[in-house]
Design a protein around this ligand. Sequence first.
Ligand SMILES: NC(=O)c1ccc[n+]([C@@H]2O[C@H](COP(=O)([O-])OP(=O)(O)OC[C@H]3O[C@@H](n4cnc5c(N)ncnc54)[C@H](OP(=O)(O)O)[C@@H]3O)[C@@H](O)[C@H]2O)c1
Length: 248
Amino acid sequence: MPTALVTGANRGIGLAVARDLARDHDVILAVRDPGKAPTIARARVEKLDVSLPESIAACAARVTGPLDVLVNNAGVYTGSPREIWAVNVRGPLLLTRALAGKLAKGARVVMVTSGLGALSSQPESLVRKLQDPDLGFEDILALCEQPPGGYGPSKAALNALMRLFARELPEARVNAVDPGWVRTDMGGPGAPRSVEQGTASVLWGCRLPAEGPTGGVFRDGLATHTFEATPEAPRSDRRGPGRRRGDP
Ligand SMILES: NC(=O)c1ccc[n+]([C@@H]2O[C@H](COP(=O)([O-])OP(=O)(O)OC[C@H]3O[C@@H](n4cnc5c(N)ncnc54)[C@H](OP(=O)(O)O)[C@@H]3O)[C@@H](O)[C@H]2O)c1
């Protein structure tokens, strides 16, 4: 039975991804509070706070491997930029690095990203840094210390991080997958997509065939430049009634 690890697997998209993977994987539910973790057949719980490097190191040490699927799903939308980047960027970087040696040949690594991470929406200085061909892991860690913005920029950096890992792990299929705007605690009740729809987008990256793509950003199995090529409706038209935050 293949093994999968899902971060933030106690609620929202992470929980739904873990439930589906548990149909045919031994799943590790990596959660901040194991006491509140849901019970899923064929799943075990590991304590993991992705904002804490020591928690990542301890969790990774407890994983024996080989790991066939790694889903970096845990994410936050609010908080200070440093808090957001610690979870959305540094967490996936340190966890994937810590588990790299335990990944099975051909493992699927999924970074759960957002349309708000599109480079076209980021400050020019960040775009320049992220597109620098010499960008390395240490540069991204340095950005986490002085982030140039909150949620959207963090997901742009996560996409760049995904490309670094795709290069570093050529035998794995490493991709960033956008679930779209989904009705979870983060997305709010006015989001247009169900948890099932968002989850299906993420599962596509987990269940790629061996010859599937690596190093891309996808939504619903389509490369996101497909979306960027078509002008989207103005953002104000995409918000549900009463929605105060942006689409995550
Ligand atoms: N919902 C959307 O519309 C949308 C759109 C685009 C992208 N996304 C992305 O999809 C992913 C899942 O989002 P969601 O909508 O399912 O959000 P959610 O319902 O708010 O769930 C977030 C999950 O992340 C976990 N988490 C937060 N901080 C953590 C930390 N420091 N260590 C470990 N786990 C932590 C939470 O655990 P606790 O219960 O312990 O807080 C929870 O399990 C995120 O990466 C998000 O950015 C969501």
